[in-house]
Design a protein around this ligand. Structure first.
Ligand code: ADP
Length: 740
């Protein structure tokens, strides 16, 4: 099959990894691939060139799109599209993959619909009765129906969240109020989620119907916040936000209003095109790679079924939706907003969007809705190893409970606090500032609990009148909570509801596909590998990068997938000496063929004996001077760092759900033990007993791990030269660009 790929409309970070995945997957499947340069303009002008394996080397980490993108007026005309068909036919192209927003997908749909008509008019006698068209959602706004996330949205969100963090520190120094304008003409996703993750004081989005006196409410909130000692505020406004009468709200207008009415020092930051740029995040690289591979596989496996569809990711699964439906439903929200039907627009965005808006409103409260009665007390703890995003979870759980008038206590350093009677109350104002803090303010510790310690724990639970426990942590914390549940006949104090929130960079927990902290760690790994790739003078060098994960290969596998590394050694597969010697042969041939650098990821527990250093020495010895080998053990940097937008949003979602469920369980005098998770339809609750059955206890990882299905994808996109599907190998003296 001859397949063409193009990027179109507004660019978005992740378009390059999408093109890389499409090109390489197609080559692996023995297709011929063409790149169309500069969007539909290039299609109309015939700017079409064949693409090989190396053409997409080194682009996985680059922002923008190396194919270029454009807005094309000529493609909007029948004449222009006829030229496009002529060019496609002249290259015998049977399938077109377009990465772009709703306009680009609409263009692709129109082209597919008109294909036969154009063929007849051109009288070209093509043997392609129907052009197959697949769309990939490329839009930083995340405004496309048929996918939970579009390519580029996560990167844009992280830009905004980082900007909010940075502005918060300068705002705090000068006691200033900042108004921050984000992109999103018809979609408030970026402003809303950034407001949630960045701890905004007020958020304005196009989908929300504002009452006539919204400015009064906002001003009152800012004034009150100052009175309670919060000296700086952050108002986040989407560019498409509007007054109740439909007139646009200008961010400058908000600045003038706050400055004029409250006599405050207000500054405006319009984030603008910064949001579109930069290296794609790990999430965007994985998303675009999965969708790119799926698009090619569908064309080849089900050619009849994918005539005119978009591939998207819903509930972490690849799904297809007819392009027409994608465009129509994506535009419907904007149309409702234009008509002033805000509640309909909000409804169309879906439940999780609506819940996020409700949560933002609750979190921006200056004081809780209810006064604390102290009748019921809930204990929070963060446990085991720390994981970025734990503070966000504590901040949200705590405030959701306090907002319902429930007293919240924290046990310092997980179970240690319960053993040493180091238990203290959490305060609303203190929790506000924890939303973006790394680490855990209430402390974590890996504590060994003996059965006799339960007596002390029970005594302290009784002393503080604890009616429920919310534990945020990894498998060690899960196990201890479970032991408490199993000791209930001895300790009636344990007959209280217990909710577990998964937080572990290893992503090795049951009943969830993602844990809090995993995304931050993955981004650290991917950033580090990008830096390693940039080391000057690294010629004919293999890097072995050791990553964390214990007995779970998530970080190694996804790190390899997102960084374009050659291979990942996983604990799930182990390492054999035969494999290592085969890898040496692959390296020798690759370097002889002109490759400059190869990257192998090794999960810290991939093998007990074949350690990172052992592998380095083996490679060096067997390579016999043909190449150098270096190691990079990333270690604890993976645990640290400011939590990414994804981890903060996940923590917010888990936190809000845990608090609401806890309130219900306490009300019903239930003693359920529940593990929260993100899988299937959003946040789900699994009875701990069932969650435990999912675990391979010996290896402390789930028996079935969804990401292992991606091993073949990661492997196939980073094939070494001899199998890489290029017609001719580069000669050894030719310098070839670094492969990614
Ligand atoms: P995005 O894909 O980011 O939404 P645009 O809306 O600008 O960006 O669309 C990109 C290009 O797609 C347009 O410049 C045009 O060439 C093409 N396009 C958009 N809508 C149509 C349409 N209805 N018919 C044909 N081509 C279209």
């Amino acid at each position: 099959m001859n397949i063409a790929v193009m990027t179109s409309g507004g660019d978005s970070p992740g378009m390059n990894p999408a093109v890389r995945a499409i090109v390489r997957r197609a080559l692996v499947k023995e297709c011929k691939v063409f790149g169309i340069f500069n969007g539909y303009e290039g299609l109309v002008n015939g700017n079409i060139k064949p693409l090989g394996w190396h053409d997409v080397g080194g682009i996985i980490s680059k922002g923008g799109t190396f194919l270029g993108t454009a807005r094309s007026e000529s493609f909007r005309t029948l004449v222009g599209r006829r030229e496009a068909v002529r060019n496609l036919v002249s290259h015998n192209i049977e399938a077109l993959i377009v990465v772009g927003g709703d306009g680009s997908l609409m263009g692709a749909h129109v082209l597919a619909q008109e294909w036969k008509e154009h063929l007849q008019a051109l009288n070209l006698g093509s043997n392609i009765p129907q052009l197959k068209v697949i769309g990939l959602p490329g839009s930083i706004d995340n405004d496309l129906y048929g996918t939970d996330m579009s390519i580029g949205a996560d990167t844009a969100l992280n830009h905004i969240v980082r900007a909010l963090d940075d502005l918060t520190s300068t705002a705090a120094s000068h006691q200033r109020t900042f108004v921050v304008e984000t992109m999103g003409r018809h979609c408030g996703y970026l402003a809303l989620m950034a407001g949630l993750a960045g701890g905004a004081s007020w958020v304005l989005i196009p989908e929300e119907e504002l009452d006539l006196r919204w400015h009064k409410k906002m001003l009152d909130a800012i004034k009150k916040a100052r009175q309670v000692g919060r000296p700086h505020q952050m108002v986040v406004v989407a560019e498409g936000a509007r007054h109740a009468d439909g007139l646009a709200i200008k961010s400058k207008e908000i600045c003038d209003l706050i400055a004029g009415k409250l006599n405050l020092d207000v500054r405006l930051t319009v984030l603008g095109h910064i949001q579109r740029g930069g290296s794609p995040t790990a999430f965007d690289r994985v998303l675009s790679t999965r969708l790119g591979v799926a698009a090619v596989d569908m064309l080849l496996d089900n050619p009849e079924e994918c005539k005119c569809h978009m591939v998207g990711l819903r509930e972490n699964r690849v799904v297809t939706t007819p392009l027409e439906e994608v465009v129509q439903k994506s535009r419907a929200v904007g149309e409702e907003i234009e008509k002033g039907n805000y509640s309909k627009a909000l409804e169309l965005r879906g439940d999780s969007f609506r819940r996020a808006l409700e949560l933002v409103k609750m979190l921006t409260r200056i004081t809780p809705a209810k006064e604390c009665t102290g009748e019921k007390t809930i204990l929070i703890m963060t446990g085991g190893a720390d994981s970025p995003g734990m503070n966000t979870a504590v901040s949200v759980v705590g405030r959701c409970l306090l907002n319902h008038g429930i007293k919240v206590l924290a046990s310092r350093n997980t179970f240690l606090g319960l053993l040493e009677d180091d238990i203290f109350p959490l305060d609303w104002h203190e929790l506000v500032g924890w939303i973006n803090k790394p680490g855990s303010e209430i402390g974590t510790a890996r504590t060994i609990i003996e059965d006799e310690d339960f007596h002390t724990i029970a005594r302290n639970l009784r002393k503080y009148n604890v009616a429920g426990i919310i534990a945020i942590g990894g498998w060690g914390t899960y196990e201890k909570i479970w032991r408490m549940v199993q000791s209930r006949s001895t300790y009636p104090e344990f007959k209280i509801p217990m909710i577990l929130i998964p937080a572990s960079i290893d992503n090795n927990l049951p009943a969830t596909q993602f844990s809090i902290g995993t995304d931050t760690a993955l981004n650290v790994i991917v950033d580090s590998i990008d830096k390693i790739r940039n080391t000057a003078g690294a010629n004919r060098r293999t890097f072995i990068v050791e990553v964390m994960g214990r007995k779970c290969g998530f970080l190694a596998l996804m790190g390899a997938l997102a960084s374009g590394a050659e291979k990942a050694y996983l604990p799930e597969h182990g390492i054999s000496i035969r494999e290592l010697t085969d890898d040496v042969e692959v390296m020798k041939t690759s370097f002889e063929c002109g490759k400059k650098m190869m990257i192998f990821l090794r999960s810290e527990a991939a093998s007990r004996h074949y350690t990172t250093d052992f592998i380095r020495r083996l490679f060096e010895e067997e390579g016999r001077g043909g190449f150098g080998v270096r190691t990079a053990i990333l270690g604890h940097v993976q645990r640290g760092g400011i939590p990414t937008a994804f981890d903060r949003i996940l923590a917010c979602r888990f936190g809000a759900q845990a608090a609401l469920s806890m309130i219900e369980l306490v009300k019903n005098s239930s003693d359920e033990a529940i593990a929260l998770g993100l899988k299937g339809r959003g946040v789900v609750e699994t009875p701990f007993e069932d969650a435990a059955k999912e675990m391979d206890i010996e290896n402390a990882r789930p028996k079935k791990q969804w990401f292992m299905d991606l091993y073949e994808v990661a492997d196939s996109l980073a094939l070494p030269y001899p199998e890489c599907g290029v017609d001719s190998k580069p000669s050894s003296d030719q310098v070839v660009d670094e492969e990614a």
